[in-house]
Design a protein around this ligand. Structure first.
Ligand code: FES
Ligand code: FES
Length: 182
């Protein structure tokens, strides 16, 4: 079955099995492996992506349902080598340990903050209920989302403020390597 799905601004045309799930299309057909599969049963949220502007669990969406849709994955959040405000906040507040849940957490958090720019801690905890983390105990994740919300400019969802807090992907990778050696 022929489908055409735009992912991170680029169209991918593929001939797929009708039963192919969107997460498998993203990972196996397109090769973007930042979106993870934790449970395959709609519980963990590791597979969360944006589809036509909404956060969805891509393990429960058929790729044919996304035919003609515009999808964003974690790989599409950074612009010109600069982390999105939410990625930057997770880095600065150490909102991860193994990182398996992180792409889904961030994709959910971005939509949460877009729709609630003045979000409170209770709203963050409630909004992340569909995303499970086995490592962190959630405290730093909640702090990271609050920080991401603080830096978020609601009038320009893909921009970050203040500029002096921006770090490049290279710098984020360097910090991650340092943390893993610590
Ligand atoms: S892999 Fe989709 S919700 Fe767990
Ligand atoms: S950081 Fe390991 S599952 Fe969340």
């Amino acid at each position: 079955m022929e489908v055409s799905i735009k992912i991170n601004g680029k169209s991918y045309e593929r001939d797929i099995e009708p039963r192919t799930m969107l997460v498998d299309f993203i990972r196996d057909d397109v090769g973007l492996t930042g979106t993870n599969v934790g449970c395959d049963t709609t519980q963990c949220g590791a597979c969360t992506v944006h589809m036509d502007g909404a956060a969805v669990k891509s393990c429960t969406v058929l790729a044919v349902q996304a035919d003609g849709a515009s999808v964003a994955t974690i790989e599409g959040l950074a612009t010109n080598g600069t982390l999105h405000a939410m990625q930057q906040a997770f880095t600065e507040k150490h909102g991860l340990q193994c990182g398996f849940c992180t792409s889904g957490m961030i994709m959910t958090a971005v939509k949460l903050v877009e729709s609630h720019p003045d979000i409170e801690e209770d709203d963050i905890r409630h909004g992340l209920e569909g995303n499970l983390c086995r490592c962190t105990g959630y405290e730093n994740i909640v702090r990271a989302v609050a920080e991401g919300a603080r830096q978020f400019d609601p009038h320009s969802p893909w921009e970050m403020e203040p500029a002096e807090h921006k770090i490049t992907l290279r710098e984020a990778e360097r910090r991650a390597r340092e943390r893993s050696r610590a």
